[in-house]
Design a protein around this ligand. Structure first.
Ligand SMILES: *Cc1c(COP(=O)(O)O)cnc(C)c1O
Length: 387
C-alpha cells in the first residue's frame, strides 16, 4: 500500500538524536530552547513554546487566552478532533462555522454571518480557531478584521501548514492571530515523533503557556506569591498546569528536520503540480491555491464533482483495493458520537457535508517515488474511466 503520508528520517537526524542520547539531558536540556529559537526565527514570531503534541499546545493556547466554562469557541468542522477538544478541555462549548467551497477552510463569509446572528442573540465566541487545511492558510486578514469587530481572540491551527506562507509572511508569524500551533506528528511536514509548538508575539501569552507546560510551577522569585521563600529549594505551583514538555530527544530530531523544511515544501508543491496536470481532463476538483498563499501541501485532496455518497465510497474502496492508501480528512467533527452526546445532534453544515461526500486525500509526501506517483495517477485515471 502506498501510504497517504510518511516521514523521512535521514542519517543526519539519527546522529542528532544519538548525540542527545549520549548527553547529560534527555529532557529539560538545551535542545528544546534551541529548537524553539530555530522555529521562531524561521517563521518570524517572537516566542515559541515547544510541547509534547499540537493537542497539548492547542489546550495551553486556549487556557492562556482564558477560555473557561461558560465560554464559546468556534472552529471549522473539517478538521481533526483535537482542534475542538482543546476548548472542551477548558470546559468551553464548541460551535461550528461552515467551510469555503473552494479552499475548504473556515469561510470568512459564513463566519461574519454567524457573528452577526450571535451578536443579536448575545452569545459571541471568546476564541475562533481557523484551521489551515491541507497546508493552505485561511483568509487571516478577514478573520482578524472580524476579531477586532466582534471581540474574539484567534488561535491558528497550523498543524498542516509549517513552511507555508500567507500575504508574504510565513505561517506562524502570528501577524493576524494571537497564537499559532504546529504539529510534528510523523505524517505532518516535519516530525519529532510526537510534538507540537505554540508561536506568539505576545510576551504574557508565551509566559503563560510555558508555565502551563510545567505543572504551573515557577522557580522565579519574582513570580512567586511568597516574598519569603523557605529556602533555595523552594518553588511554587502558581496555577494548575500539566506535564506538556517536549523531550530533548524529540527537539534534536526537530532541529535536524527543520534544515529540510523549505525543500520539503518545494517537493510537496512539485507533486501537487504533477497531480494537477495528470487529472486536468478528469471530472475531479483538484486543490485550489489562493493567490495570497503558498500551501505547505500536507494533503492533496481531490473531490468528485457531484457529491454522491455511494460513488464517493466506491471510488475510495477501489483506490484502497488497488494499493493506494487514500484517506478522508476529515469526518465533520460535529458527527462524532462524543460530540453528539455533549452538544446534541447537529443538522449539518451544507459545504462541510458536500465536502465529506466527495473528498479523498491522495498519497502526498516528499519521498513519494516517481514510480509510486505514476501508479497513483494511473489508478486514479483508470477508476475515473480514462485509459
Ligand atoms: C495532527 C493535527 C492535530 C493534532 O496534532 P498532534 O501533534 O497529533 O496532537 C491538530 N489539528 C490538526 C488539524 C491536525 O491535523
Amino acid at each position: 500500500m502506498i501510504p497517504y503520508g510518511r516521514q523521512e528520517v535521514t542519517e543526519a537526524d539519527i546522529r542528532a538524536v544519538e548525540a542527545v542520547l549520549r548527553s547529560d539531558f534527555l529532557t529539560q536540556g538545551p535542545a528544546v530552547p534551541h529548537f524553539e529559537r530555530v522555529v521562531a526565527r524561521t517563521v518570524g514570531a517572537r516566542h515559541a513554546v515547544a510541547m509534547n503534541s499540537a493537542t497539548s499546545a492547542l489546550h495551553a493556547a486556549c487556557a492562556a487566552l482564558g477560555v473557561e466554562s461558560g465560554d464559546l469557541v468556534w472552529t471549522s468542522p473539517i478538521t481533526f478532533v483535537a482542534t475542538a477538544n482543546c476548548a472542551r478541555y477548558c470546559g468551553a462549548e464548541v460551535d461550528w462555522v461552515d467551510i469555503d467551497p473552494e479552499t475548504y477552510n473556515l469561510s470568512p463569509i459564513a463566519l461574519e454571518q454567524k457573528l452577526i446572528t450571535a451578536a443579536a442573540g448575545g452569545r459571541l465566541p471568546k476564541v475562533v480557531i481557523p484551521v489551515h487545511l491541507a497546508g493552505q492558510s485561511c483568509d487571516m486578514q478577514r478573520i482578524h478584521a472580524l476579531g477586532a469587530r466582534f471581540g474574539f481572540r484567534i488561535i491558528e491551527d497550523a498543524s498542516h501548514a509549517i513552511g507555508g506562507s500567507y500575504a508574504g509572511k510565513a505561517v506562524g508569524s502570528c501577524e493576524f492571530s494571537d497564537i499559532t500551533v504546529f504539529s510534528f506528528h510523523p505524517v505532518k511536514i516535519i516530525t519529532t515523533g510526537e510534538g507540537g509548538m505554540a508561536l506568539t508575539n505576545d510576551d504574557a501569552l508565551a509566559e503563560r503557556m510555558a508555565l502551563l507546560r510545567v505543572h504551573g510551577i515557577t522557580r522565579d522569585p519574582e513570580r512567586m506569591t511568597s516574598d519569603q521563600p523557605d529556602g533555595p529549594w523552594y518553588y511554587e505551583q502558581t496555577t494548575l498546569g500539566y506535564n506538556y514538555r517536549m523531550t530533548d530527544i524529540q527537539a534534536a530530531l526537530g532541529i535536524s528536520q527543520m534544515a529540510r523544511l523549505a525543500g520539503y515544501v518545494e517537493q510537496r508543491n512539485a507533486i501537487a503540480d504533477r497531480y494537477d496536470e495528470a487529472f486536468d481532463d478528469l471530472p475531479l476538483t483538484t486543490p485550489h491555491v489562493d493567490g495570497l498563499c503558498t500551501s505547505a501541501f500536507h494533503l492533496y485532496v481531490i473531490r468528485i464533482q457531484t457529491p454522491d455518497a455511494a460513488r464517493h465510497r466506491a471510488l475510495f474502496e477501489r483506490l484502497r483495493d488497488a494499493g493506494i492508501g487514500v484517506n478522508l480528512h476529515y469526518i465533520p467533527v460535529y458527527r462524532q458520537p462524543d460530540f453528539v452526546r455533549q452538544c446534541g445532534p447537529h443538522p449539518g453544515l451544507p459545504e462541510a457535508e458536500a465536502y465529506y461526500a466527495s473528498a479523498i486525500s491522495l498519497p502526498m509526501f516528499p519521498t513519494l517515488s516517481e514510480e509510486d506517483l505514476a501508479e497513483v495517477v494511473r489508478v486514479v485515471r483508470r477508476e475515473m474511466g480514462k485509459e
